[in-house]
Design a protein around this ligand. Structure first.
Ligand code: NIG
Ligand code: FE
Length: 400
């Protein structure tokens, strides 16, 4: 990638000790801490924006500053690996109609495309800023941001340019739907996505994604678009099997996708394919909540050995939430995940879905991205749904 987004400088100001941690979720298994790598009564030292040391509170080194966690739980920051934040307008009326019985079809995407094309750069940037801040307040320290509501060369490129101001994990989703002006010539649209649109988008993108679904892109178009993105160095992700069973999951596995997302309608063959691959299944329960759809059965995936991530899918149509704690609560209540599995999926799982090892875990050398809860245990994230439990967030070691 010749001109990728500039890596955000790690900000730091001396060392910082987070002391009196009652329960630390490290996600570094081994020992008695179980899959979350739980440690009790520890302290964590931040140096140069990274975790420098973790150990018993009584052995804590001196530091320039100190935060007293007062016995609370500390977790890695959430890694929200699927969000569509670059858009204009909202679709509250569409949501109300759904709650009165209308089905979700994805048809409303074109409404948001119209509003997004009409918005200025500053309006789009202000929306991303607002949602990014909202997410960070709820513990999210890494977020993927997709384009996909521009669907012209210029509007996709500017969506990604704005997204890259907020994250390194930018995703080109020019193949979200076929826009109205190409409705009767989808082959031409696919050619445009693979040609000038990809050329304009790729400098700002790390990933490419396709909505592979009836009514959006069929498997041949999806394969062609993802292959073009791979050829210019983008990693693959797929919106797959959201509205019904289909080929998206197996296409993602075939192409070595980092993640296939939604996975609401899976066959046994889909699960077998995932289990034999390194592709993560990213579940988006906010979408099932807001479209009143049946939830995917995470237990089937976990029991088969598939790596599962949880993400918000934050967008104005199918899931207008930026809250990872809300998704954790839904996953536990509706998708047969344990609280520990859901917390892992929202942190280390999201990192796996973005193929990152610098976030999602707390161990020396990892980014000091973490949250202090207003609760003694990670269990409270699911146990106390809807309650603002995030007391403090550190991003790159800096209190937010
Ligand atoms: O992930 N499924 C496709 N895209 C979004 C929804 C977009 C919309 O309805 O605006 C999703 O759910
Ligand atoms: Fe999505």
């Amino acid at each position: 990638r010749p001109d990728g987004p500039v890596r955000r400088a790690v900000r730091h100001s001396g060392s910082l000790l987070v002391d009196n941690i009652g329960e630390l979720v490290t996600n570094s298994p081994g020992g008695a801490g179980g899959p979350l790598g739980l440690r009790r009564d520890v302290a964590l030292l931040v140096e140069d924006g990274l975790v420098g040391w973790i150990g018993p509170a009584r052995d804590a080194p001196a530091a320039d500053r100190r935060i007293d966690a007062a016995g609370a739980a500390v977790l890695p920051g959430f890694v929200d690996s699927h969000a569509h934040l670059v858009f204009a307008g909202d679709r509250a009326a569409e949501f109300a109609a759904r709650m009165a019985g209308e089905p979700y079809t994805g048809g409303g995407i074109r409404t948001t495309v119209g509003a997004t094309r009409a918005a200025s750069d500053d309006e789009l940037r202000a929306t991303v800023q607002r949602l990014h801040t909202e997410a960070m307040r709820q513990g999210t320290t890494t977020i993927e941001i997709k384009s996909g509501y521009g669907l012209t060369v210029a509007d996709e490129a500017r969506s990604l340019r704005i997204a890259a101001e907020f994250t390194d994990d930018t995703t080109f989703l020019g193949a979200h739907v076929v826009p109205a002006e190409y409705a009767d010539r989808p082959d031409d649209y696919v050619g445009m996505v693979c040609g000038p649109m990809l050329a304009a988008a790729a400098p700002y993108a790390r990933w490419i994604d396709v909505f592979c679904e009836r009514g959006a892109f069929d498997v041949d178009h999806a394969r062609a678009i993802l292959a073009c993105g791979q050829a210019v160095g983008l990693g693959v992700r797929v919106h797959a099997n959201q509205l019904g069973p289909g080929p998206g999951v197996q296409l993602g596995v075939e192409l070595g996708a980092a993640s296939v997302d939604h996975c609401t309608h899976l066959t046994d063959a889909d699960i077998d394919a995932l289990a034999e691959s390194s592709t993560v299944a990213t579940l988006l329960p906010g979408a099932e909540f807001s479209t009143r759809s049946p939830y995917p059965d995470a237990r089937r995936l976990l029991d088969a050995g598939v790596t599962v991530a949880l993400a918000t899918d934050c967008n104005p149509g199918s899931s207008y939430t930026s809250s990872m704690p809300f998704c954790i609560a839904l996953a536990v209540r509706e998708m047969r995940m344990t609280p520990a599995e859901a917390v892992w999926a929202a942190t280390a799982g999201g990192a796996a879905a973005l193929r990152r090892d610098d976030v999602g875990r707390l161990r020396p050398g990892a980014r000091a991205d973490l949250m202090i809860l207003d609760a003694p245990s990670h269990l409270h994230l699911a146990y106390r749904p809807g309650v603002p439990l995030i007391r403090q967030v550190l991003h790159n070691g800096v209190p937010q």
